[in-house]
Write a protein that binds this ligand. Structure first.
Ligand SMILES: [Zn+2]
Length: 410
């Protein structure tokens, strides 16, 4: 490279990176601190929180404005009309999903790829890896979650995952996925009772990949063994399990009883009854519970009737419920984690501070994201500002890495 080319490249880099998010850099934000309800002022420098200082009061429309760390969702199958299992997915599509999530207050998420043909999983992970590396995502894509294909083949436990693609754990195949993902797979959901699972879990542990138990029908003994091998959490507890189970012998009790396991639960109010959410939360406690969404491409879309690629008629309500009227069942999830956080507050009686731990802090701790999940000096300025009315969180502004990525007034 000659000097002229070097200078040109430097100038280009400065101009390019300087203009991309320049106008929406933010220096100060004020709100009611989520942990103790006191008004505070946050100072942001270079994308990081540099100080948090108490202030006397907030005025005008900001009097009811809460300030909290942006939400972290560990199970996002798609958003804004974009499905991460779609074979034609592009980096631009993924960015469209990311911007939709920002609007819902989600500042970090794990795009989730589910049970499928290996070629499709590899292809989509490669595209997701490009989107993750793209500056436009501002670091919001923290890594990927692979749900399956190594899950239970049994109806009821398998859920909507296609049987023809369900298989036993295969480390060589998984290493292909890992490579396609640019080494960015950070969680695998699997069934521990399937042949070869224990060895697979140990290998994941060596690579610091979190193993979650899900879509399985393992016994207490197998669950214990899986934990001994390194399994750390449960994927959407209470879902991915058959409707009729043995009242004594089923995977719920040992997973709830064992303090070594965290759980994630879909908090939207459609996937689990209030009493289920309550019991799960009480059994695991605030620090072992994560709220997740498991959202699909319909999330973030306007309410109304949709026709699926298979020609099925489905209905998305204004409340975020995704119905499949022909069979009177849910068609999946379309309510962002934000809805779940509000609903969990409503049904468990937990505080906002506790709900934010379950919707942000705990995931950061599990995945070892040291720069996010809390508001304190030195952390990334990943911030959500919102009002709460009747347990509905209304996002007014979202900041990612110091940039305003959503403002309802614009
Ligand atoms: Zn699932």
């Amino acid at each position: 490279m000659n000097n002229f080319t070097f200078i040109f490249l430097c100038l280009f880099t400065i101009v390019f990176s300087g203009t991309r998010h320049k106008e929406n850099n933010v220096r100060y934000v004020e709100g009611i601190f989520y942990q103790d309800d006191r008004p505070v002022k946050l100072e942001i420098t270079g994308g990081k929180i540099t100080s948090i200082t108490p202030i006397k009061k907030l005025s005008g429309s900001r009097r009811t404005l809460y300030i909290a760390p942006g939400f972290i969702d560990n199970q996002v199958n798609g958003y804004n009309g974009v499905a991460f299992d779609d074979t034609a997915i592009t980096v631009e599509d993924i960015h469209k999903a990311t911007t939709g999530l920002w609007k819902a207050g989600v500042t970090t998420y794990l795009p989730t790829v589910t049970t499928n043909d290996g070629r499709i999983i590899n292809k989509n992970l490669a595209t997701l890896a490009k989107a993750k590396a793209d500056d436009a995502s501002l670091g919001s894509i923290a890594g990927f979650h692979i749900e399956g294909p190594y899950i239970s083949p049994v109806d009821g436990y398998r859920g909507a995952h296609l049987l023809k693609f369900v298989r036993k754990p295969d480390w060589n195949e998984f290493m292909d996925f890992y490579q396609s993902s640019g080494n960015n797979i950070i969680q695998v959901t699997l069934a521990p009772e399937v042949e070869g699972a224990m060895d697979f879990i140990s290998k994941c542990k060596e690579k610091n990949i979190i193993v979650a138990l899900g879509h399985h029908n393992a016994s207490a003994q197998v669950i214990d063994e899986a934990i001994e091998h390194g399994a750390q959490t449960v994927t959407h507890i209470g879902n991915g399990i058959a409707n009729s189970i043995n009242r004594h012998v089923n995977p719920l009790w040992p997973q709830l009883a064992d303090d070594r396991l965290m759980i994630s639960m879909i908090g939207d109010g459609f996937h689990l009854l209030p009493e289920e959410l309550c019991v799960f939360y009480k059994a695991k406690g605030v620090d072992r519970t994560m709220i997740t969404s498991d959202v699909t491409s319909y999330a973030g879309m306007p309410a109304g009737e949709y026709i699926t690629t298979e020609g099925e008629k489905i209905l998305l309500t204004a409340d975020g419920e995704l119905k499949y009227p022909a069979q009177n069942v849910l068609y999946g999830s379309a309510a962002p984690i934000t809805k779940g956080i509000g609903n969990v507050m409503k049904v468990t009686g937990c505080s906002l501070s506790q709900a934010v731990r379950m919707g942000s802090t705990n995931a950061a701790r599990l995945y070892n994201f040291k720069d996010r999940g809390e508001l304190k000096p030195g952390m990334r300025a990943d911030i959500v500002l919102f009002d709460i009315e009747n347990f509905n969180i209304h996002v007014r502004k979202t900041i990612v890495n110091g940039h305003i990525v959503y403002d309802e007034r614009e």
